[in-house]
Design a binder for this molecule. Structure first.
Ligand code: GSH
Length: 228
């Protein structure tokens, strides 16, 4: 059986879970904690590398690290007829660009918010940093909305797994898509309603220095009163 070494709240791991689920592949999950250097991961990764996700496929006697490589491999090895691709080369290019943007500009915009809120208590949050992160998030949403207005509103969750899971993590840390970005909101609402999202939601996320239950896509009640 496939083994996935992962951290539940890691954006790179979530997209791999989503693809495994979309392909209906059974797998065993080994969950690590934030900051943990798991001895198995150190043993099977190149020297100096300790990051997740790492996937082992015994059927091909293969260990793969790097989420984009894992996803390409899974699609090539296990997807049926073009599970993920549109027939339209232009739409495939748009999808690839949006996913790339989600990992570059969007990922960098939300990182400060996530790192700040997951590690520190409310009184320790750097409000200026959060404000800057929020501004950058809003301008990324504006950019993404323009692309969705030009089409792609019906793109499947599996096609935009990178974007969908990044937006979902941003939302978990209080960054909401602005109301006026209607095309982006519509796509994201459909993503959140999808079975794939529900099946692959992180079971836990870090919040104010603690690992919290994230069942149902909500930070557990204990922390909710201070989640802003
Ligand atoms: N480019 C890598 C990034 C993976 C990554 O940065 N993983 C983070 C968790 S989100 C990690 O494991 N960091 C801890 C470490 O590198 O030891 C991929 O796409 O798989």
């Amino acid at each position: 059986m496939i083994t996935l070494y992962q951290r539940q709240d890691c954006p790179f791991c979530w997209r791999v879970r989503l693809i495994l689920s979309a392909l209906d592949l059974e797998y065993r999950s080994v969950d690590i904690a934030l900051g943990e250097k798991h001895p198995d991961i150190l043993a099977i990764s190149p020297q100096g590398r300790s990051s997740v996700p790492v996937l082992i496929d015994p059927q091909a006697e293969l260990v793969i690290w790097e989420s984009s490589v894992i996803i390409s491999y899974l699609m090539e090895q296990y997807a049926g007829d073009a599970e993920c691709s549109e027939d339209n080369a232009a739409d495939n290019a748009r999808i690839a660009m949006i996913n790339s943007y989600a990992d570059s500009a969007l990922g960098s915009a939300i990182k400060d918010t996530i790192f700040e809120k997951r590690a520190k208590t409310v009184s320790e949050w750097d409000r200026d940093l959060l404000e800057q992160s929020d501004q950058r998030w809003r301008s990324c949403c504006c950019e993404l909305n323009r692309w969705f207005e030009q089409g792609l509103c019906s793109a499947k969750p599996i096609q935009l797994a990178v974007l969908g899971t990044r937006l979902a993590l941003a939302q978990a840390y209080g960054l909401q898509i602005p109301r006026q970005q209607i095309a982006l909101r519509c796509w994201f609402e459909a993503f959140v309603r999808s079975a794939l999202y529900r099946q692959t939601l992180p079971r836990s996320i870090y919040w104010q220095g603690e690992c919290c239950d994230y069942a149902g896509g909500e930070i557990s009640q204990k922390f909710k009163s201070v989640s802003s």
